[in-house]
Design a protein around this ligand. Structure first.
Ligand code: AMP
Length: 118
């Protein structure tokens, strides 16, 4: 599987500030924020797309959701945020290493598309 920038970030090969990290994932600021709060939850395991995840990844996927909630709370946006996973080029995915976007701090009102990501 080809490596991506997120592989290099999670392995520490590209210096990045981790807002949170544990043995399974890291959280970084998005370099091109689409909202006042825009962070990425990136598993250390390089699953390319959500559809490539296997049954054996179920615990990891659940963990990523729990980390999303914790990080949102820690960032002070636990009362209102949007969680986005883009899957595949047609889904707006540009980095083929699974990641979750937390977007918050501006209106995510009905009718708006996902944080400008689509
Ligand atoms: P996606 O389009 O869902 O694949 O999202 C990829 C996201 O990664 C985009 O929001 C980019 O702004 C962000 N991104 C790309 N390179 C970096 C980087 N080196 N550090 C932080 N965020 C990045």
């Amino acid at each position: 599987m080809s490596d991506t920038i997120f592989g290099k970030i999670t392995r520490g090969e590209i210096p990045s500030e981790f807002l949170y990290e544990d043995e399974h994932c890291v959280v970084i600021q998005d370099i091109h924020p689409q909202a006042p709060t825009h962070v990425l939850i990136i598993p250390r395991k390089p699953i390319p797309r959500l559809v490539d995840a296997q049954q054996s990844d179920s615990e990891l996927l659940g963990h990523l959701l729990l980390v999303a909630g914790k990080v949102a709370n820690d960032l002070g946006v636990g009362e209102g945020f949007r969680l986005v996973i883009n899957n595949g080029a047609d889904g707006g995915q540009t980095v083929f290493h699974l990641h979750l976007h937390i977007l918050a701090g501006r209106s995510m009102a009905e009718g708006e598309l996902a944080g400008g990501l689509v």
